[in-house]
Design a protein around this ligand. Structure first.
Ligand SMILES: NC(=O)c1ccc[n+]([C@@H]2O[C@H](COP(=O)([O-])OP(=O)(O)OC[C@H]3O[C@@H](n4cnc5c(N)ncnc54)[C@H](O)[C@@H]3O)[C@@H](O)[C@H]2O)c1
Ligand SMILES: *[C@@H]1O[C@H](CO)[C@@H](O)[C@H](O)[C@H]1NC(C)=O
Ligand SMILES: *[C@@H]1O[C@H](CO)[C@@H](O)[C@H](O)[C@H]1NC(C)=O
Ligand SMILES: *[C@@H]1O[C@H](CO)[C@@H](O)[C@H](O)[C@H]1NC(C)=O
Length: 420
């Protein structure tokens, strides 16, 4: 105070008053600050406040976000799960093969029904598999579970155009296989089987690969011999509605043996009999798919003609085993691969009706043109040279196929995009 008093003595009166007011203000401020329960500096106080405010905004935002997302919450969690799965995509386990045992294998038509199961088997055995397919009747979804695997490659390719890749084995399956599919564009069917097979044989010749042709029991036509063995030459109408396929496969076989004789290409020819299983086309008009679809939808099961015509069906895993055994055997003549367990079409209708359940009736409709009356493979050659015979019972295969059809039907109903 003595300092203040001495200073006062030297300044003017107005200034004195001003300074006094100033001093009092500071004193009051200091007093207020000390009385406050928050004796922290102003800068720290505002930081704390900011944090609080930020927290409150965040909580608020999350609440708002949750509210906004409520209606699609379910989908969001699905999406999240998918993203998690995508990050660590898991493949079916594949065997490790040493380089000398590991083969580079091309499967034409590998996105189709049979081809996709063959892809599964060869991938799991540890080989490097390339699938070439134009998706005419195949689906990417059939091999979707291998996309991204280091041993797998998928090429969108039409085999009517040449394909140049390095491979050790070619499973040549590309061709529409069911009547509505191959009759849809008969010229394309002929081109695929003739020009496509020539292209694949040319590739096999260039890279010294072995080629297996997926031929068909249709090369026997409407057979006069029963059961059919490989020495039977067949009974085919060259100008009938099925000719584009039957004759296409016959000329494909002819070309295989021409290349074998003239160019020393190693060929294998599998004459495949009717096959069924998961991933077969649901609406391709073939007996098994027709009956299962009709039964699942409680529609009448339609039998063409009297239903006394016979068929023998093999389950797809049996076929795949047979194809792999044939490819790796040293037997180069045609080999029937099929199940000799013969049933009438009417019996099939009853078996499927029973397995599905439901009350749909079985009805007879008009007979189809060139519909073979009997079809049953003689598989003694496959047994003798490959040690192969089918092992999956009809009812077991039917049940597995019904499960697949149910899932697919459910999917298409859910998406409501497909009217089946
Ligand atoms: N499924 C059977 O009952 C059966 C019976 C006898 C023979 N086969 C033969 O087995 C093979 C496979 O039959 P599937 O039942 O799997 O039929 P599928 O229709 O499911 O498969 C054929 C595949 O070949 C593809 N393809 C067709 N034309 C092509 C082209 N020009 N270029 C590239 N790809 C093409 C299709 O997109 C499809 O993925 C066929 O050669 C068929 O003739 C099948
Ligand atoms: C300190 O002040 C805050 C708000 O400014 C108040 O919530 C709190 O009760 C006070 N504490 C004391 C001990 O006065
Ligand atoms: C095929 O292989 C078997 C044994 O795997 C052998 O006995 C047979 O002689 C071979 N045939 C030909 C034509 O090479
Ligand atoms: C097939 O499914 C039916 C109906 O679900 C069942 O009764 C039958 O035992 C099954 N058969 C086989 C061989 O699994």
């Amino acid at each position: 105070m003595t300092i203040s008093v001495s200073v006062f003595a030297f300044v003017q009166r107005r200034v004195k008053v001003f300074l006094l007011v100033f001093l009092i203000t500071i004193l009051v401020a200091c007093w207020a600050l000390t009385r406050s329960n928050e004796s922290v500096p102003v800068t720290r106080l505002s930081k704390k406040l900011m944090q609080e405010i930020q927290q409150k905004i965040e909580v608020h935002n999350v609440e708002m976000f949750k509210q906004a997302l409520k209606p699609i919450n379910l989908k969001l969690s699905e999406l999240e799960r998918n993203f998690q799965d995508y990050g660590k995509k898991r493949f079916l386990p594949v065997k490790y093969l040493a380089e000398k045992d590991r083969k580079r294998i091309l499967i034409t038509g590998g996105a189709g029904f049979v081809g996709s199961h063959l892809t599964d088997a060869l991938m799991m055995a540890g080989h490097e598999v390339t699938v070439a397919d134009n998706y005419f009747t195949g689906r990417k979804q059939n091999v979707e579970h291998w996309i991204g695997h280091e041993n797998f490659e998928l090429i969108n390719h039409d085999i009517v155009e040449p394909l140049l890749i390095e491979v050790d084995q070619i499973y040549h399956l590309a061709s529409p296989a069911s009547p509505p599919n191959y009759m849809y564009n008969p010229i394309k069917t002929i081109k695929t089987n003739a020009i496509g097979t020539l292209n694949m044989l040319g590739l096999a010749k260039r890279v010294h690969a072995r080629l297996l042709l997926a031929s068909t029991s249709e090369v026997y036509g409407d057979p006069e011999q029963h059961p059919q063995n490989e020495d039977y030459w067949g009974h085919v109408n060259p100008i009938g509605p099925r000719a584009c396929y039957d004759e296409g496969k016959r000329v494909a076989e002819t070309m295989c043996y021409a290349y074998a004789k003239q160019e020393h290409v190693e060929v294998r020819v599998a004459r495949i009999f009717n096959t069924f299983g998961p991933r077969m086309h649901m609406s391709d008009g073939r007996v098994v798919s027709n009956f299962i679809m009709q039964a699942l939808q409680d529609k009448p099961l339609t039998v063409y003609g009297s239903g006394t015509q016979t068929r023998s069906f093999q389950y797809v895993s049996d076929l795949v085993n047979g194809l792999i055994l044939l490819m790796n055997s040293n037997y180069s003549k045609p080999v029937n691969i099929g199940n000799p367990d013969e049933h009438t079409i009417m019996q099939f209708a009853q078996i499927i009706k029973k397995a599905v359940g439901g009350k749909a009736p079985i009805v007879n409709v008009k007979k189809m043109e060139d519909d073979p009356q009997r079809r049953k493979p003689d598989i003694s050659r496959a047994l003798k040279y490959l040690g192969w015979k089918p092992s999956v019972a009809l009812e077991v295969g039917i049940n597995r196929t019904i499960e697949y059809f149910k899932r697919e039907l459910h999917k298409s109903k859910k998406s409501k995009l497909v009217d089946l």
